[in-house]
Design a protein around this ligand. Structure first.
Ligand SMILES: [Zn+2]
Length: 475
């Protein structure tokens, strides 16, 4: 219905719904709203802002399944079923005496069964009025033994001809995927059928009063997208500590529809966050190689890169080694970092843009700085002689900025930097860990990117219910 509506009407409706929704449904201090418009764009890649290059990224299918109605935890005994049938039934199933010799296909009678916890296909076939012989015949005919995998909550549809002969079995695996088995005189065929959902754009905006989660949720932004939003901007904004009352956000995101029915969510298309007067904007872009990432409208990556070495003119005196004999303690103790030996007083640089979350004495580490970069990564710099001027917890630092100087404070035999790189709290070898992809949009794709970014920003602004003047990205 919305699809055919001219744009001015759409915007009017959007505005009206903001007034209604914002005015009636939400508590007085909240200004959240959601509305929706339909735009023809290709299916977006799922957003991967939260995924490092070295972690396997969730496939589109995995993500879709996350958005379906939650299913019971217990897996059904599908493999057991298939095995039992195959082992226990040596006789050759006689083909059903089919009377479907008529030229036109007979009318089919459908029966649908829902998979229950502890169910097997044999039980489901029985409930639907099909025979175990049907099941055996199908299972023998189909090479892909995955066909019989079922999960509680899924639906299995059976089609019989008027004589009661089974003609089709369809296992609905998700809103978008089903497995169809067709039985006729020529044999048994099975195939996976997938549906492509329509994508519609939806919009949410709001103002921070409590927390990003509470206020974005109140504004109607689904939980998974709040997490995405935090990941996209997480390199620039600390959503726990930096966030202030009056900060604002706007998000254009995708919803998936089959016909009129909303079946799930896509990713964030574009977003804006104004934190303490600083405006950050991000647009999604899928490059010619199919890689999707978020960029500033100017084409810089929202993720930030890392320097491989935080010290110039240094030599590695001890590498990442989980079974190293500690030089001071003289016993086996994992060395979960890299040591860079250099002259006392040599400058130590922040390996990436980030926020100082610790600057002080830390046991055997001596004078230590810990930086947080985005949501997942922290770097640690130990044994410093002293910190650079102005470096303290809460401060933002730029990549390459000097944060302190090489020393031997704490448990150290001589002047060196002990450097650690952690991903989600887990120590990784700083010399070999794959850094997040943070390159800007390549020159060869600039023209295409500029078009995508301009459209995304236009959508962000046209769907906006606020009267605020658009500000340029000041990042
Ligand atoms: Zn060390």
């Amino acid at each position: 219905m919305l699809k055919s509506m001219p744009r001015p009407h759409l915007i009017a409706i959007c505005l009206a719904s903001i007034l209604v929704v914002g005015g009636l449904l939400f508590s007085p201090q909240s200004t959240g709203s959601v509305n929706r418009m339909s735009v023809e764009i290709p299916i977006g890649q799922p957003d991967e802002a939260d995924t490092l290059n070295d972690t396997p990224s969730a496939s589109a299918e995995d993500r879709l399944s996350n958005f379906q109605a939650p299913m019971p935890e217990g897996r059904s005994d599908d493999t057991g079923t298939a095995g039992q049938i195959q082992a226990g039934q040596p006789e050759t199933p006689a083909p059903n005496a089919s009377q479907t010799t008529a030229a036109t296909a007979p009318k089919l009678i459908w029966k649908t069964e829902e998979v229950r916890t502890g169910d097997s296909l044999a039980l489901i076939f029985k409930r639907a009025g099909a025979t175990s012989r049907d099941l055996i015949t199908i299972d023998r005919a189909l090479k892909d033994k995955q066909w019989s995998r079922i999960l509680p909550g899924q639906k299995v549809a059976f089609a019989f001809d008027p004589t009661g002969t089974l003609k089709q079995v369809t296992i609905h695996r998700s809103m978008l995927e089903r497995y169809e088995v067709k039985l006729d005189d020529t044999g048994i065929q099975g195939q996976t059928v997938t549906e492509t959902p329509d994508i519609q754009l939806a919009y949410a905006e709001g103002e921070i009063h409590d927390s990003l989660f509470a206020d974005a949720s109140r504004a109607g932004l689904p939980d998974t997208l709040i997490m995405s939003l935090a990941n996209i901007f997480g390199w620039d904004i600390d959503f726990i500590l930096d966030i202030r009352e009056g900060d604002r956000f706007r998000v254009v995101y995708e919803e998936q529809y089959l016909g009129e029915k909303k079946i799930g969510l896509g990713g964030i298309v574009s977003a804006e966050f104004i934190n303490q007067g600083r405006t950050f904007r991000a647009v999604r872009y899928t490059d010619s190689k199919g890689r999707t990432a978020y960029y500033t409208p100017e084409g810089r990556s929202m993720r930030k890169a890392f320097l491989r070495m935080p010290v110039d003119f240094a030599r590695i005196s001890s590498g990442f080694n989980l079974r190293r004999k500690h030089p001071v303690l003289n016993r086996i103790r994992a060395h979960k970092g890299t040591d860079y030996a250099a002259a006392r007083g040599t400058p130590i640089k922040a390996s990436g843009d980030g926020k100082v979350i610790f600057a002080g004495r830390k046991g055997g580490y001596g004078n230590t700085i810990i930086l947080r970069h985005g949501q997942a990564i922290t770097t640690l710099y130990a044994h410093m002689q002293k910190f650079a001027r102005g470096i303290r917890a809460g401060k933002y630092v730029k990549q390459g900025q000097v944060i302190g100087y090489i020393g031997s404070t704490g448990l150290a035999t001589g002047p060196h930097l002990h450097y650690e790189f952690r991903v989600n709290g887990v120590h990784r070898n700083p010399m070999t860990v794959k850094f997040p992809q943070a390159s800007p949009v390549p020159k060869s794709e600039r023209a295409r990117f500029n078009q995508v970014a301009a459209l995304a920003i236009e959508q962000l602004e046209s769907m906006s219910g606020s009267t605020q003047v658009a500000r340029l990205d000041t990042q």
